[in-house]
Write a protein that binds this ligand. Structure first.
Ligand code: GBH
Length: 443
């Protein structure tokens, strides 16, 4: 049912990866089955008052039991790439030590099912679900966590070998720092900006050690992080707003990109840390060489722009979605990706997440417009010479949206959480025809 290509069609390069993304805690459920150990999210979600309506990921979209049907759904959409995450505590129930064979087996069945359908598995190792047993030892506050993470990574690299062609180490370390450790509205629910920055450094170290672990296996698979990035813009033409946009850029983008792609923290970000900030002591000699070792791919989660006033206040210049933090600005994707190439070199890029939440249950024409505008921006980015190899929309299906529970729906496939029935939204049918034609019509 592909529309014939016309002049208004933006045709993507042959082989461009058309994907969707999910994460383990948000879709799997089966929280206590087959030997899975608890993660910080199991504990956090069960604390009263943490999650809207008291929701948890105990069952979520029950993907652990329904993965075969979900694989067929992906095949039916025509996906050529699928990004999911492995639950660390399903593979290693206490985070280290003995492997849980049933946990590993689930991911083998999933990976094999993808390969059998010609869908490329893109696997995130850590999407925020630190094993609870490790949290009891301080989790990412403890420098050893970087090593525990690399050991877990080595375990799965050895188990999957070349069956997984693309590994993503961390999903959005920034969110762990800002939401898990500063706002305290994600697990583990702490509010300590200084400790948060230590956690941020340990996460980056974990990333670097995991890259080393992959290289040590001799694998030809590719690896990189998935960073949440947001181009920053001044709200007006004032010098003050322009300066604040640079400061915000350090927080939003350079603070993560510079260590990974240049092996150093940005000077302005470092200078902004108090003299006695514990993060200064946490950064040991040699860490940045590990963190800055070569990556094969950079994953970018792009949700929107950041606009700042002359006082540094964040304001909304563009439309938002049901998720009121989201400032929808498709051109920002072009600005961000062309900037990465300009400032950091020609590393292959993948959009690891992009999408919106809407209250429209099935006729999600707002989501179609969002996806169309962002894919048009992606197309322009490729035309400008950026090596953007694939796009994973967030999300394949409705799921457990962290502190928002099941009240925010991000999927192109609707999930009735009472029956677990999956139903295509209008955006799913639209995306299927985009994939079939390898093109997007501009309007
Ligand atoms: C992504 O984060 C996540 O990777 C994914 O798991 C998630 O489902 C998806 O986005 C949709 O949210 O509520 O004001 O405290 C996107 C980056 C960082 C945006 C945390 C929301 C919380 C803002 N997110 N932020 S607030």
């Amino acid at each position: 049912d592909a529309a014939p290509a016309t002049q208004t069609e933006l045709v993507f390069p042959t082989g461009f990866g058309w994907g969707a993304a999910t994460s383990a805690y948000q879709i799997e459920g089966a929280a206590k089955e087959d030997g899975r150990g608890p993660s910080v999210w199991d504990v956090f979600a069960h604390e009263p008052g943490r999650i809207r309506n008291g929701d948890t990921g105990d069952v979520a979209a029950d993907h652990y039991h329904r993965y075969l049907g979900d694989l067929d759904l992906m095949k039916d959409l025509g996906l050529t790439t699928y990004r999911f995450s492995m639950s660390w505590s399903r593979v290693l129930p206490t985070g280290r030590g003995a492997v849980n064979p049933k946990g590993l087996d689930f991911y083998h069945r999933l990976v094999d099912g993808l390969l059998a359908r010609n869908i490329r598995p893109v696997v995130t190792l850590f999407h925020w679900d630190t094993p609870q047993a490790l949290q009891e030892l301080g989790g990412w506050e403890n420098r050893d966590c970087a090593k525990w993470f690399a050991d877990y990574a080595h375990t799965v690299f050895s188990a999957f070998g070349d069956a997984v062609p693309v590994w993503l180490t961390l999903n959005e370390p920034k969110t762990v720092v800002d939401v898990g450790y500063t706002a305290g509205t994600h697990a583990p629910g702490k509010r300590d900006r200084q400790l948060a920055n230590v956690v941020g450094h340990h996460l980056l170290l974990g990333h670097g050690l995991a890259v080393q672990a992959l290289r040590a296996t001799g694998s030809k698979s590719h690896i990189g992080p998935a960073l949440s990035l947001s181009p920053t813009y001044p709200a007006d033409d004032s010098q003050a707003a322009k300066r604040q946009a640079v400061t915000a850029d350090a927080e939003e983008n350079r603070r993560w990109l510079d260590p990974v792609l240049k092996g150093r923290y940005p000077q302005d970000w470092l200078a902004a840390q108090p003299k006695d900030a514990p993060v200064r002591a946490a950064i040991k000699d040699g860490d940045l060489a590990i963190i800055g070792a070569k990556n094969d791919i950079m994953g970018v989660n792009y949700y929107g722009a950041t606009t700042v006033t002359g006082t540094g206040a964040r304001v909304m210049k563009h439309p938002t979605s049901q998720a009121t933090w989201q400032e929808i600005y498709p051109d920002g994707m072009f600005d961000l990706l062309t900037r990465i190439k300009r400032d950091y070199g020609d590393i292959p890029l993948t959009i690891t997440e992009n999408g919106m939440a809407t209250t429209n249950p099935l006729q999600d024409t707002d989501r179609i417009a969002f996806l169309r505008d962002h894919l048009a921006a992606a197309h322009r980015t490729i035309q400008a010479g950026v090596n953007l190899e694939s796009y994973h929309l967030w999300s394949l299906m409705d799921n457990f949206e962290w502190a928002e529970g099941y009240t925010q729906r991000w999927g192109i496939v609707h999930v009735d959480f009472a029956t677990q029935r999956r139903t295509h939204k209008a955006s799913a049918d639209w995306y299927r025809s985009v994939i079939a034609s390898n093109s997007v019509s501009q309007n």
